[in-house]
Design a protein around this ligand. Structure first.
Ligand SMILES: [Fe+2]
Ligand SMILES: [Fe+2]
Length: 284
């Protein structure tokens, strides 16, 4: 695909996403995103979002609507390339996805360190389970960008305190697949796409998007799922107070073998009990 193609075309070619009509109501499918400025590390910091109905202001507004945030360093964005990106662009692309993930977290004060803490716990769990350092690093990176697909979901849905309408829930359930789509252009991210794609699969097969179960779910994803849930339970939400680490482990144990891989849950319990992981709400 050429980066001048619209996102609609990309979705059509991929064939694994929802019908466009559904997307149109959110102003997603009309946009062409064009990066116009890179920072020193080649992260995309400014971009035009071209919208068929109003160029370019409405597009930018739509983009902000979709992300629901203002980026501290300017307007961060993304683009979709075909084929291998050169090394510096690869790094820049990953940096941009990391920035977008951090920005999505800023939508809500409870989630402000969600990606970074998920990455931390996924890393420690992978080490604890004896995976080699390269694999542990990969799982950590997957943790830090696992929810990047939420960039296409309106902030009003992401931060809605009540129960989601069926169509809203249906959109939220697309975020693992959308995250994979954003990761596809980068060869460096290729090996961890399955982890992001499967981070909401349940051990007993009741999860999404594919309903995989047991060993069908890649180990990296099973680790990520536990790290993600532990992070979510301990950060709390508007409607739910944050739990302590010990309470979170008890909740994980309650859902062991249903939602989570029992081996990973056991490892999490031991990690928390050891007190060796410093989980502070900041940069690690
Ligand atoms: Fe998620
Ligand atoms: Fe998450």
């Amino acid at each position: 695909m050429k980066h001048t193609d619209t996102f609609d075309d990309f979705i059509k070619k991929e064939g694994d996403l929802r019908e466009q009509s559904f997307w149109n109501q959110f102003g997603v499918s009309q946009n062409v995103m064009i990066p116009v400025k890179l920072d020193k590390e080649n992260n995309v910091t400014h971009m035009f979002v071209v919208n068929y109905e109003g160029f370019p202001e409405n597009g930018l507004a739509n983009f902000f609507d979709i992300t629901g945030i203002r980026f501290r360093e300017g307007l961060a964005g993304m683009t979709i390339f075909q084929g291998p990106l050169e090394y510096s662009l690869q790094k820049g692309y990953i940096g941009t996805l990391l920035k977008i993930s951090r920005s999505i977290d800023q939508c809500d004060m409870h989630t402000r360190f969600h990606s970074i803490r998920s990455g931390l716990w996924a890393h420690r769990l992978a080490q604890f389970l004896g995976l080699n350092s390269q694999e542990a690093e990969s799982i950590a990176l997957a943790g830090k960008i696992h929810d990047v697909g939420k960039v296409f979901i309106p902030k009003s849905i992401l931060t809605k305190p009540g129960i989601l309408e069926p169509e809203e829930w249906s959109l939220v359930k697309q975020h693992p697949t959308l995250g994979s789509v954003l990761m596809k252009p980068s060869h460096e991210l290729k090996s961890i796409i399955p982890y992001v794609q499967a981070h909401h699969e349940n051990y007993d097969g009741t999860g999404y998007p594919q309903g995989l179960s047991g060993d069908e779910i890649p180990l990296g994803a099973r680790i990520l799922t536990v790290a993600d849930a532990f992070t979510t339970i301990t950060e709390g939400r508007v409607y739910k107070k944050a739990a302590s680490s010990q309470e979170a482990v008890r909740e994980l144990e309650r859902c062991s073998e249903k939602q989570f891989d029992p081996l990973v849950v056991k490892a999490m319990g031991k990690l928390v009990a050891s007190g060796k992981v410093r989980d502070w709400m900041g940069i690690w």
